[in-house]
Design a protein around this ligand. Structure first.
Ligand code: ADP
Ligand code: MG
Length: 266
């Protein structure tokens, strides 16, 4: 493949490769009805020819086959693609949750391969908030305690933790559910708790896997508007995986992935 040509066509179509500080060309995907935060033209995450091959019982599964990607500070990105195409793997790379088999991942200009596991965990804990596909709430902890968890990781003191967790519960409209266990909450409520937890350490980046699967239309809109507000008011960088065009339309940049590769024009 002619990589140079490929990258230029990517730039034209999506504006996601942006080496020279020019404005993103996202008009074709921008929903004019949505008022947006300013996209700052500096890269927060960059992937260079990232490949990921999973090895299990001697079987190799290539999940990413060479992905180049730049996400700017304050950008709202949607990742779309069929099941098994590598979306979750890509999100794990973007969130530095896992290391690539080859290629490079830069988080705020730092090549993550140069970091020790403990340094990476700390950087991730401060910079990145993740909403997992199945929420991954701790079943024996209350809503409030679940939100406190990431703050324990960065050793925030107890009082500060509880105050912040309460404030976040309020922000997602669930202060009356503080002492409920995840099993006592609806799917939409669990999702909001997972979002509050992802925001606990005031991350610069929020990543969400299959954000609004199985939610009703009203809850979906509430969650997406909440994320837009974070992007606009806190200049947060937001990346969501979705298979729903109604959700993707909230994003400025839509990345289509097929069979482990970014598909241009699609
Ligand atoms: P998507 O999120 O688009 O459904 P994934 O990124 O989860 O796709 O998976 C991409 C491919 O990698 C699939 O073929 C999947 O079966 C495989 N895969 C994902 N995670 C693992 C893993 N931990 N071990 C082995 N194979 C995996
Ligand atoms: Mg997935």
């Amino acid at each position: 493949m002619n990589w140079e040509k490929w990258i230029y066509s990517l730039e034209d179509k999506f504006g996601i490769i942006n080496n020279n500080g020019t404005e993103n060309k996202m008009n074709q995907y921008t929903n004019p009805g949505i008022e947006r935060g300013e996209i700052m033209n500096n890269t927060i995450i960059e992937l260079q020819d990232v490949k990921k091959i999973y090895k299990m019982d001697g079987v190799e599964t290539p999940a990413l086959r060479g992905v180049d990607l730049k996400i700017n500070k304050g950008e709202f990105v949607a990742i779309m693609g069929p099941s098994g195409s590598g979306k979750s793997t890509l999100l794990h790379m973007v969130g530095a949750l896992d290391r690539p088999t080859s290629g490079k991942v830069f988080l705020d200009g730092v090549d993550i391969s140069t970091l020790k596991e403990s340094e990476l965990a700390r950087l991730r804990g401060r910079k990145i908030g993740i909403v997992f596909q199945f929420f991954n709430l701790h079943p024996t902890l209350t809503a409030l305690e679940n939100i406190e968890l990431p703050m324990i990781v960065i050793e925030k003191d107890k009082k500060e933790r509880q105050q912040r967790a309460l404030q976040l519960l309020r922000a997602v409209g669930l202060e009356h559910r503080a002492h409920h266990l995840p099993s006592q909450l609806s799917g939409g409520e669990q999702q909001r708790i997972a979002i509050a937890r992802a925001l606990a350490n005031e991350p610069e980046i929020i990543l969400a896997d299959e954000l609004t699967g199985n939610l009703d239309t009203k809850t979906k809109a509430e969650i997406m508007n909440f994320l837009l507000k974070l992007q606009k008011e806190k200049k947060m960088t937001v990346t969501v995986i979705t298979h729903e065009p109604e959700i993707a339309q909230y994003a400025e940049t839509i990345i289509h992935i097929v069979d482990g590769r970014i598909k241009v024009g699609g």
